[in-house]
Design a protein around this ligand. Sequence first.
Ligand code: ZN
Length: 360
Amino acid sequence: MSYTILFPNYTIGEDAFTEIPNVCRQYGKKIAVIGGKTALSKAQAEIEAAVKGSDLEILDVLWYGGDATLEHVEELKNNKAVQEADMLFGVGGGRAIDTCKMVAHDLKKPFFTFPTIASTCAACTGVAVYYYPNGEFRDLYLSDIPTNHIFISTKIIAEAPEVYLWAGIGDTLAKHYESVFSSRNDELEHFNALGVNISAMSADPLVKYGEKAMADCKENQTSFALEQAILAIIVSTGLVSNLVINDYNSALAHSIYYGATALGEAMEKHLHGEIVSYGVLVLLTLDKQTSELERIFKFNKSIGLPTKLADLDITTMDELDIVINKAKDTQDLVHVPYEITKDMIREAVLTLEDYNKKMA
Ligand SMILES: [Zn+2]
């Protein structure tokens, strides 16, 4: 039986958008742009300037609707400019880009992504996450067709609030440790092996350049370090996500995140990637990866990512029990190299608490 793997192309740099005509002209002429409000305020003028004087034409620039819902996807599919367009441009963070993707997949049109923050690998992947109109998670829109090309303006990302980069770094680190862990002992087909092997590029450059990248982003300054961090978050992680089966895309670090969401409002001020980065430390403790634990613990400390329960405002054993009960029930713990029990998670969390005291 044959299979097909599709890769996204990308351009990165301060003036990445100037490549739009060269890249896009082979897909037609007419473009509909779909984006978030803030994202469009940062990127629209530059996209228009790049298109001006070329064969390309922007038919309309549309707000994605404020959340990635099937309702907004339907509305956009009924939009005249979207229907007439030869290609779609998705501009924003995760949700605007995911909305554009779903419209493109449904209408079978090529799409291009313009990430304006480096917080997730959404700009690189085919899969989209969608929500109910009340904001609750609904499902994944699965597709193996990634973006045709990612245009990554390091200038726009450097000017975005650094908190997105910070959380993006936390989530990206997990991709390496979770994919290596959940695929351990399996006989890997080429695409899975390829994905798991390149996942080191989701961790090593961040440990090396993450602190400098954060400092540069805070100063709204593009730099080599910031570019390496952006590439780890968007490209390396996106390629891993596209290549490996879903079983390998997440493990204990993400189940700790979902577990923490069971604490409700109290957890809302903590970002996804922030909580996941704590989950990475729990995974490394549970799996007794001593030297990696030391490395990532020090790294988390260096940029203020959490290393202990108090950093996430989890202060009682009752709260911890709620987190662990929910974490144990998540899909992320179904495909792991050995059974992970609630007691094992609790023991790892408490061992990590002691480790914090030792390292203080
Ligand atoms: Zn994540």
